[in-house]
Design a protein around this ligand. Structure first.
Ligand code: SF4
Length: 965
């Protein structure tokens, strides 16, 4: 029987120095070779750090995670998650009840199912008829999954060499003699285990008797210790020797998250100014508010933050580009796939022969939109042919038309790219061997000149994409072997597997010790050898006790399949133990996500004192942005450029501040509020994005011009409004000829007709073969079950909110009356997307509500209906009742299944309150892309708004290009 030792921790946590003492003691007193087995690979990396940074060890012990150790001992390959995924997908896609289980092939579904199956297999559990694990309404799905599991289990047995715990135990038995020799004269030390899984217990029961010495480093009352005691009678228990120092840790509290992060960075800078050799780590909650704020401030202070975390391949621009190429190979016929491809980060040019042609996506999309092409190679070709022919005609009638000549040339180039690309993608179907398919794919990457783009990026300091590319090339043989040799490369199978394979990859970057400030999550911070640590967000919203789904801690990554029970709480203890031996401080902010938080109650249970102290002020150390934001009287005459101030700080980053503190800008905002009445659009802009408001109405920046060479949406909107105004004004609402006359009159005001206006004219009047918009508008009017009697049009309003000086001014498109002479409000829209009843209810779109309120104020009657008249295209012309009164829904509009928002006077009273709150917030200087409770209803729509924002090039909001398409 081996000697079994338990090195006890006196308290519930591990410390660097205690581990070090144990390893040193073992190394000195144990004649055998040390093998240190850790709970998972994170511990392994940390231990290597620890050993490298100490210099008194006679030799370097072997350090392995439990899983790696077992695999090596038993000489088995760990199974691959990717292969299992591949097998399961094959099963579902090929011969299993294809139709009704098709939903299982959805990404999230299949991953969940696979994790469930693997869990069953790993723990040798059965999934037979006795067990009903799914809810009753899923009995049918459960039956299917059961059959699927049986097939998957058979498959894994024969194909994947999948070892469950019993297989491993059997192998130990078979290789007992060899293992005994291998483990002879070795001391195996188990470190970092707080619990043992069933699998680990089974294996240890069989392996420990084969070792010469086994040691556990664990706390006195731990589960591990109890188990060892029960299993093996004779245990040597060695209490921890080193004395823990009484230590107290300083905590600094701040009012806001901004102030907290700002102070931390300034303190870091100060610390580094005194000692450049410091390695500092910032431990932050895994939460986007902290992440974003700290990264933005690091930008502001020109600080580079580093991380020891491996970067997922998925987070690179290269992945985005490869994904859109693969998507295009799968769906080459759709314009959206082409649009996604050409707007990918690394795709901007295309090789044709010896030429390198720049891709002009705007131009391409313009042609397709004009001809309403959404799919089909031949429709795309027709669209280009048609546009080119029209240009040809124009050029032949006017030889000096340089512009058209250039335009035609550009169009021809773009078509050349598209045509070559389509011809190339057809070739994918002809590649009958996977390796050839991959070669063909690599050639396509080369056609986009991606390699040169990566070199260029690397020369400019962005090497990550180049490293990712090299790794991608190196991993391709692995991909080919893992996707079944001899498999006929079915397009979808290969494309899906390739994306999944890439999603699994992480990028190995060279470790470097020259960086100073690291940013880590709790798990990454544990054992990181920092000379000073800041633990941010130290309050209940971020730590594990108060809320179960706390945001500080990440779950263990399931695909990595660390077969170990690891409690998140332990990481917290580990970190604190670590902090006991190192310099550190804790920081927190009182306001977090707009909520008040109490200091964490578990601070009283910690093994050290926490002193709440006022943070030293760094008023002398201000960033450029801070100096500009200071009240005007504090500005330093020598350092501040007054031209900059007078241009209203247009270079201030919109996302780096919450509330403006600069008196000049604040005064300007207040002045504008006082002098300039609000329009619905203006206030809508503010509530959707205060930063956009700031650019448009405070800085008065010119919005970026639409890149279209045709008629802008705004010009078209003006013409349609004019047409409807003339039509309504002339009465005889039911006369189609009147509508035509109105359209002609509106067109007569267009200063000059060009190619694009001709197109619009065709759209409106139709052609000899196709009906036009006028027909659609008239048909829509005729189809309504109610009659609208013309009232007032382009009707002015001008009023002030009660108990304030906030003034509102604008024009209502059209006011009609019902048969009973009740007001009905209509707003004309030329856009494809309309606001909804929910937008109306939650004040997310203010136009219709404000118009309704205006009518209420002028007539003391609320409109019985608030309608949108959409005039976009033949297909998208309709009148929609967005909101109405209860009686009107049934009696006037006869809406049965449609659900407009039902309102009464209280809605408009509450609207007044909402408007006043919004303006007060603006008056307070809240200009930010951050969350604010008053703007909660519109905050979630930010990414959609960014998509069409003309200020995206001025703005620094990090997520502005992540728009949802
Ligand atoms: S890009 Fe987005 S965040 Fe920036 S100003 Fe425009 S809407 Fe606001």
């Amino acid at each position: 029987m081996p000697t079994i030792t338990c090195y006890e921790q006196t308290e519930n946590h591990l410390t660097n120095s205690a581990i070090w003492s144990t390893i040193s003691a073992l190394a000195e007193h144990v004649p055998d070779e040390l093998i240190i087995i850790t709970a998972n690979n994170n511990y392994r990396e940390s231990l290597i750090h620890l050993l490298i940074n100490r210099d008194k060890l006679n030799y370097f012990p072997t350090i392995q995670s439990f899983d790696d150790w077992i695999n090596q001992l038993l000489n088995i390959e760990p199974y691959s998650y990717f292969s299992c995924y591949h097998e399961l997908l094959n099963l579902i896609e090929s011969d299993f009840h294809h139709d009704h289980l098709l939903f299982l092939t959805q990404d999230e579904m299949i991953k969940t199912l696979l994790n469930f199956f693997l869990f069953l297999l790993l723990h040798d559990y059965d999934f037979d008829e006795q067990r009903h694990l799914f809810p009753d309404f899923l009995t049918k799905v459960e039956d299917d999954c059961r059959t699927l599991f049986k097939r998957f289990k058979n498959q894994t047995k024969t194909k994947l060499i999948f070892y469950n715990v019993m297989d491993k135990c059997r192998l130990i038995q078979e290789r007992k003699t060899v293992l005994e020799q291998t483990l002879q004269n070795k001391t195996v030390v188990f470190l970092g285990f707080t619990h043992l899984t069933k699998t680990q217990r089974y294996l240890l029961q069989r392996l420990i008797p084969l070792t010469t010495q086994t040691a556990f480093y664990t706390s006195k009352e731990s589960y591990v210790k109890d188990w060892v005691r029960q299993e093996f009678n004779d245990i040597l228990e060695i209490p921890e020797t080193n004395q823990r120092l009484n230590k107290s840790i300083t905590r600094y509290s701040f009012d806001t998250l901004q102030q907290e992060c700002r102070w931390v960075l300034k303190d870091c800078l100060n610390r580094l100014a005194n000692n450049n050799d410091h390695t500092i780590q910032l431990v932050i909650p895994s939460d986007r508010h902290y992440n974003r704020t700290i990264n933005e401030l690091a930008d502001e202070f020109n600080i580079s933050l580093f991380s020891t975390k491996k970067q997922p391949f998925q987070q690179t621009s290269l992945f985005e580009s490869l994904k859109s190429i693969i998507n295009f190979i799968q769906y080459p016929d759709t314009v959206s796939a082409l649009e996604t491809l050409f707007s990918s980060p690394l795709i901007s040019r295309f090789k044709h022969g010896h030429d390198l042609i720049d891709i002009d996506l705007e131009l391409i999309i313009q042609v397709f939109r004009k001809e309403s092409v959404v799919a089909g190679f031949y429709s795309m070709k027709q669209a280009f042919d048609f546009t080119l022919a029209s240009l040809e005609k124009k050029i032949s009638s006017d030889d000096d038309d340089d512009y058209s000549l250039r335009y035609k040339q550009r169009l021809e180039e773009q078509w050349l790219i598209i045509e070559t690309l389509y011809t190339y993608t057809i070739g994918f179907k002809e590649q009958l061997v996977l390796k050839k398919w991959i070669d063909y794919f690599l050639h396509l990457i080369d056609l986009f000149d991606i390699n040169n783009q990566l070199n260029f990026l690397a020369d400019n300091g962005n090497v990550i994409n180049q490293v990712a590319f090299d790794q991608f090339i190196q991993q391709l043989p692995k991909f080919i072997t893992s996707v079944e040799t001899g498999l006929k490369p079915y397009l979808n199978t290969i494309c899906n597997r390739l994306i999944l394979f890439l999603e699994q990859q992480t990028i190995d970057t060279e470790p470097t010790h020259t960086h100073s400030i690291y940013i880590h999550s709790l798990q990454e911070a544990v054992y990181f050898p920092a000379s000073y640590s800041y633990v941010l967000g130290f309050h209940d919203s971020c730590w594990p006790y108060a809320i179960p789904e706390n945001i500080f801690l990440k779950q263990i990554n399931i695909p990595s399949f660390i077969d170990v029970y690891d409690d998140d709480k332990d990481y917290q203890y580990l970190l604190f133990s670590q902090l006991l031996t190192e310099e550190c401080c804790l920081t927190s902010s009182i306001e977090y996500l707009g909520k008040q938080t109490e200091p964490s109650r578990f601070e009283f249970k910690l093994p050290f004192e926490i002193n709440l102290t006022t943070a030293p002020s760094y008023s002398h150390q201000v960033s450029f942005t801070e100096s500009l934001q200071r009240p005007i009287q504090y500005l330093d005459h020598k350092t501040i450029n007054y031209d900059t101030i007078s241009s209203k700080y247009s270079h201030l980053k919109s996302d780096s501040f919450n509330s403006l503190s600069n008196n000049v800008i604040l005064a300007d905002i207040k002045d504008k509020i006082r002098r300039k009445p609000f329009s619905a659009t203006r206030l809508d802009t503010y509530q959707r994005c205060p930063s956009q408001y700031y650019f448009r109405y405070v800085l008065e920046l010119e919005p970026a011009q639409e890149l279209s060479e045709g008629i802008s949406a705004a010009q078209w909107g003006v013409l349609v409004h004019e047409m409807m105004y003339l039509f309504n004004k002339n009465g005889q609402y039911n006369n189609k000829n009147n509508l035509k006359l109105a359209a002609e009159e509106a067109f007569s005001k267009v200063p000059y007709m060009n190619f694009y206006w001709e197109q619009k004219k065709e759209l409106l009047f139709g052609t000899t073969t196709e009906p036009g918009l006028i027909d659609a508008i008239f048909e829509t009017i005729q189809q309504q079950p109610y009659r609208l009697h013309p009232g007032q049009f382009e009707m002015d309003f001008n009023w002030t909110l009660p108990n304030s000086t906030y003034q509102f001014k604008g024009k209502i498109d059209a006011l009609f009356f019902s048969d009973l002479n009740e007001p009905i409000l209509i707003d004309y829209k030329t856009s494809r997307q309309l606001s909804s009843a929910v937008d109306f209810e939650e004040y997310r779109a203010l136009q219709l509500p404000i118009y309704g309120l205006s009518i209420y104020k002028q007539t003391q009657r609320i409109p019985i209906g608030s309608l949108l008249f959409q005039i976009n295209s033949q297909k998208h012309t309709d009148i929609k009742v967005i909101a109405c009164t209860k009686n009107a829904k049934k009696d006037t509009f006869e809406l049965k299944r449609k659900r407009p928002y039902i309102y009464d006077e209280t809605y408009f009273n509450a609207l007044e309150h909402h408007l006043a709150t919004l303006i007060k917030l603006l008056e307070s200087g809240f200009i930010s892309t951050d969350y604010h409770p008053v703007l909660a209803k519109t905050y979630t729509k930010r990414s959609t708004i960014c998509r069409v924002c003309p200020y995206s090039l001025h703005c620094h909001f990090k997520e502005r290009f992540n728009a949802i398409y």
